[in-house]
Design a protein around this ligand. Structure first.
Ligand code: GLN
Length: 221
């Protein structure tokens, strides 16, 4: 059984722990460098990326996290977690001193924060998601779509070499949101040991994204 940590500085930690445990992993919150040493993989939850950034630095987790990511530890980032894994933010927030927010990086993508509109314009949609073939009812059938909840979500504006696009929101699906203008938007990516989604699978009872991540941690996907 693999042990997967959930970065527990801010955000919806409990939901990820529950999703991981229901999917066959041992899950534990990670708040200290010593706890990080004990896990085989890590989930960075949704929340507020500026806060998670500040807290990882205050709790002296930022450098150990960067080192583990560089050393190949699998990490799944959801929403704010996707932002934390991104090499670049198109529109980083700045704090009172004018310092731009930082990310851990590792995933060669550029994200735009709050790209789909503000909280009240959050939306839900069904997505075709690559990599979930293991969940198909039979080998000649497609896996069921993923019901995705977007909450002040980022989208991916650029993917670097080796970054695989796993899901996009089609313009027809999201044309209700003013900022989408006829372009499909990338909302899930993978690059080797790093997985990221703009949306929150942990709030809908969807388990397959966590199952995919557990397979990545086990070296099976
Ligand atoms: N808008 C948030 C941020 O920029 C992310 C929202 C979320 O994680 N649901 O960090």
């Amino acid at each position: 059984v693999v042990t997967i940590g959930v970065l527990a500085l801010q955000g919806d930690v409990r939901e990820h722990i529950s999703a991981l445990e229901h999917s066959g992993a041992t899950a534990m919150p990670v708040r200290r460098p010593g706890e990080l040493d004990a896990v085989d993989g890590l989930v960075i939850p949704g929340g507020e990326s500026t806060t998670i950034d500040k807290l990882t630095r205050i709790f002296e987790l930022a450098d150990p996290l960067k080192k583990r990511i560089e050393a190949g530890m699998p990490v799944y980032g959801s929403c704010a977690g996707m932002i934390m894994l991104a090499q670049e933010i198109a529109d980083p927030a700045t704090d009172l001193k004018g310092e731009p927010q930082q990310t851990l990086g590792g995933l060669d993508i550029t994200v735009r924060r709050n790209a789909f509109g503000r909280q009240r314009e959050s939306f839900e949609t069904d997505l075709d998601f690559r990599g979930l073939e293991f969940s198909a009812p039979s080998p000649d059938q497609n896996p069921a779509p993923v019901h995705a909840v977007f909450i002040r979500a980022p989208w991916v504006e650029r993917v670097g070499e080796g970054v695989e696009v796993l899901a996009t929101v089609e313009p027809s699906e999201a044309s209700r949101t003013a900022t989408l203008r006829g372009t499909a938007r990338i909302v899930a990516v993978r690059s080797r040991h790093l997985l990221a989604t703009s949306f929150h699978p942990e709030v809908t009872g969807e388990r397959r994204i966590h199952e995919l991540f557990i397979r990545i941690v086990r070296g099976e996907a």
